[in-house]
Write a protein that binds this ligand. Structure first.
Ligand code: HEM
Length: 297
């Protein structure tokens, strides 16, 4: 979780930087139209330019928003609202699946454009060097937040108050602890089912159990071990910051039902139960397939 203060601290962005940027506000304002045409001639070279910005209506809207964003770089007001807007820009680009390289490359063009304007209009001095440093910081902060919204879609959060920050920090730690507990429980459950698996073989070898039912019991245990392993893998992925695939739960439910079908298939007079379970497995199978299909596309 990131906060406005943390980001500013990481980049050593202080009041001096904010003041340096405000000083060139008028200069940038008078170069805003040149900025827009420059950016557009740069991005129109991208292969997918027409795919993302297909018509005049969208392009005009984008130009206007781009101009507002450009001028806000020099507004001197870098508060939570500013950060929220950057996050939204990242989300909008991420939603349309715009490659993040395009944003990075365009930002590189923008940095060079601003440098050129400064070098052309402000005489060489320590102050000019300071202004350029502040420009680099605000551009890097912008790129950082926009790209973070791509990577941590939904995870990137800007708290409005300190209390909110504390609550969010506490709940994310709590949820992390719960995830860890779940992983440990799943490991224990896997060991237990594995023991059951060994016990079935032992029972058959030394207790003289029926061959058919032993094979079915072993197959059932294997199915459950496989499903728990899938669930465990998903939990570990979640701990590493990836999204949790709910389909792992459906997989586990299917494995449990299949195990029951295997057991019932040996018992006489259980055809009705087997048919109902079979239908449930079919329904779950369709849901499982649909879920996997939607995550792939
Ligand atoms: C540093 C680079 C860029 C900046 C600062 C930027 C800025 C913005 C902003 C401020 C918005 C409006 C976000 C909102 O309020 O929801 C936006 C939307 C959008 N951007 Fe960009 N953009 C950049 C690069 C690009 C590139 C390279 C493309 C495509 C080649 C692109 C395509 C779009 C599209 C299609 C939208 C949605 C437009 C709409 O339907 O309103 N952007 N961008």
């Amino acid at each position: 979780m990131e906060t406005l203060d943390k980001i500013k601290l990481i980049y050593s962005f202080d009041e001096e930087d904010a003041s340096n940027l405000t000083q060139i506000k008028d200069l940038m304002n008078s170069n805003a139209n040149e900025f827009i045409s420059g950016v557009y001639s740069f991005i129109s070279n991208f292969d997918d330019f027409s795919k993302f910005l297909p018509n005049d209506e969208i392009r005009t809207r984008h130009r206007e928003k781009l101009k507002i964003w450009f001028l806000s770089l020099f507004s001197g007001k870098y508060d939570n609202e500013y950060l929220r807007q950057l996050k939204r820009i990242g989300e909008t680009h991420s939603e349309i699946k715009l490659p993040s390289h395009y944003v990075s490359a365009t930002m590189n063009y923008i940095r060079n454009f601003i440098h050129k304007v400064i070098l052309k209009n402000i005489p060489a001095s320590d102050k000019r060097d300071e202004i350029i440093k502040s420009i680099n910081k605000i551009i890097d902060i912008n790129l950082d937040i926009i790209i973070s919204s791509y990577i941590n879609e939904g995870k990137f959060y800007i708290a409005a108050t300190k209390f909110e920050t504390k609550i969010i920090k506490f709940s994310s730690k709590f949820s992390y602890t719960l995830d860890l507990a779940l992983v440990i429980s799943l490991i224990i459950a896997t060991i237990m089912v594995f023991l059951l698996f060994i016990f079935e073989i032992y029972k058959f070898a030394f207790g003289g159990g029926a061959f058919e039912s032993t094979v079915v019991d072993i197959l059932g245990a294997m199915l459950i071990v496989w499903a728990i392993r899938e669930l465990l893998e998903e939990e570990v992925k979640k701990l590493k910051g990836h999204k949790f695939a709910l389909s792992a739960f459906i997989g586990l439910a299917m494995a449990a039902l299949l195990r029951k079908i295997l057991i019932f298939s040996l018992a006489p007079g259980k055809s009705k139960e087997v048919a109902i379970l079979g239908f449930l497995v079919l329904v779950l199978g369709i849901v499982y397939w649909l879920m996997n299909k939607s995550t792939k596309s």
